[in-house]
Write a protein that binds this ligand. Structure first.
Ligand SMILES: Cc1ncc(COP(=O)(O)O)c(C=O)c1O
Length: 471
């Protein structure tokens, strides 16, 4: 039998991990993974050893195997996707979460975890200026947050129509119609599928060139529907950063008894800064919102928030109760009331610590600075012949086409070549996507370290590379 060690055996792997952690964040080397899948399988692979190894050796092996396959989204030159940089204080709190080994399912399992969550959720509503009476579930990300908001919506619109979903199930209830932005993020289509909605439940609402829902089209379609209704809108489109017209959407939802859910994975954070807040006007009138902690708030992965105005609808959709799962004291928090899991990670510690380390002003300044960086970059790129920015740069997103002027196929090819060229020296990480049928270079400004000087550097690199590729 293996010897059971007291605590010091932990200090080996932990010391190894923490010494390495500093070096890793300082070194800023692996913006792009260098290992192939075959390399990684080889490094991680092999037969599971019969006997356990010393923790320190395991961690050393893990570092060696993982590092060539890591992506540097913690670095200033990362613009490939809208992913945060894992705030270091949040990371430290996340380490402690694991050290403490808490199960944040119910209050009794970890009063500290439940209270940290309760306070962090209050700060969230405060920073985002959403109804303070709303309830919040901490999730793995915006996909699950959307799932929760839409589950509450489904329950409530059916309840209003006289159906108790817990009793009837979907089969014996009338079909719910979901009025969906044609440009909704794919994760929302997945969430709807998980909730038992198919394409026949969905009414697609066309969008304009920025991805904003056509309100007149929605108004005419919603008028003809006598079914229970949900409207699913977007704050911060994944490509353009655009915001739907929330005052108009809230009016329509109100007039037709529809539930308004807003996917605001990163756009909701525009409310934190006075310089961007106006774009979210009317969003506070929605019924539920999904947002991420691991995007603009910079919480370590994974973290999202499902925010629901109607606490009862939220609870009806999610609650897990049993006699052995006691109620919290004094109106305290059982996370099982707001999440689809029982046992779960205590994300409240990292949320609490990230909020504290950034502070209200820190969040506002970061959002403002990223949007200012995006505008600055757009300004510089617009001066370069053959470079076209397709979106109104209202937030932190740019979509760019490199057009040599010989038609779309040539522009698609040139844009693809620019992606490859920009990524080649390992100082930047950008990606392309297809928008309105053409290839675009997506540039997201989301890393806390990214500032104006990085924009100047990126713009001059783009100009230099484009001059060569165009020629
Ligand atoms: C607008 C939008 N909605 C939803 C999601 C899904 O978020 P997550 O990956 O955190 O589940 C994303 C992710 O990029 C997004 O940008």
């Amino acid at each position: 039998m293996q010897q059971v060690h007291a605590f010091p055996v932990l200090s080996g792997p932990l010391a190894k991990a923490s010494a390495y952690a500093n070096d890793y964040r300082e070194a800023k080397t692996n913006l792009h993974p260098t290992a192939s899948l075959a390399n990684l399988r080889n490094s991680f692979g092999g037969v599971l050893p019969a006997k356990g190894q010393p923790g320190e050796d395991v961690i050393a092996e893990l570092i060696k195997a993982a590092e060539p396959g890591l992506v540097g989204n913690t670095q200033a030159g990362f613009h490939a996707w809208v992913m945060g940089g894992s705030n270091i204080t949040g990371v430290a709190a996340d380490w402690l979460t694991s050290i403490w080994g808490q199960n944040a399912g119910i209050y009794q399992c970890s009063p500290a975890a439940a209270t940290a969550e309760e306070v962090a959720c209050g700060w969230l509503l405060d920073v985002l200026d959403l109804p303070r009476e709303a309830s919040v579930g901490l999730t793995t990300g915006a996909t699950m947050a959307g799932f929760i908001g839409l589950a509450a919506a489904r329950d409530e619109v059916l309840r209003r129509a006289g159906y108790d979903l817990a009793e009837t199930g979907l089969q014996y209830a009338p079909p719910v119609q979901v009025f969906l932005s044609a440009d909704t993020h794919v994760s929302n289509r997945a969430a709807l599928r998980f909730l038992g909605f198919g394409q026949r439940n969905i009414v697609e609402i066309p969008t304009d060139d920025q991805g904003r829902m056509n309100i007149a089209d929605l108004a005419s379609k919603i008028e003809t529907s006598s079914n229970p209704k949900i409207i699913l809108a977007t704050a911060g489109h994944i490509n353009t950063g655009a915001f739907d017209d929330f005052p108009a959407l809230a009016d329509l939802a109100h007039a037709h008894g529809a539930w308004l859910h807003v996917d605001a994975a990163f756009g909701l954070w525009a409310r934190a800064s006075v310089t961007t807040r106006a774009m979210t006007r009317g969003i506070e009138r929605a019924d539920s919102w999904s947002t991420d902690g691991h995007k603009w708030l910079q919480m370590p992965f994974d973290a999202g928030f499902a925010i629901v105005r109607d606490r009862d609808a939220h609870r009806r959709a999610m609650d897990i109760t049993a006699s052995y799962l006691s109620e919290p004291p004094d109106g305290g928090r059982n996370a099982t009331q707001f999440n689809p899991e029982l046992s779960r990670r205590a994300r409240g510690f990292a949320a609490w610590a990230t909020f504290k380390s950034l502070g209200r002003d820190g969040i506002a300044d970061m959002v403002h600075s990223h949007c200012a960086c995006a505008s600055l970059l757009a300004h510089k790129l617009r001066r370069i012949p053959g470079v076209r920015i397709l979106n109104d740069v209202v937030l932190n997103q740019l979509i760019v086409v490199f057009d040599p002027g010989h038609g779309q196929a040539a522009a698609d090819l040139a844009t693809q070549r620019m992606e490859d060229a920009l990524n080649a020296d390992g100082r930047h990480f950008v990606r392309t996507a297809i928008w309105r049928g053409q290839r675009v270079l997506r540039i997201s400004i989301i890393n806390p370290e990214t500032g104006p000087r990085h924009m100047a550097d990126l713009a001059s690199k783009i100009e230099r590379l484009w001059t060569t590729i165009r020629a």
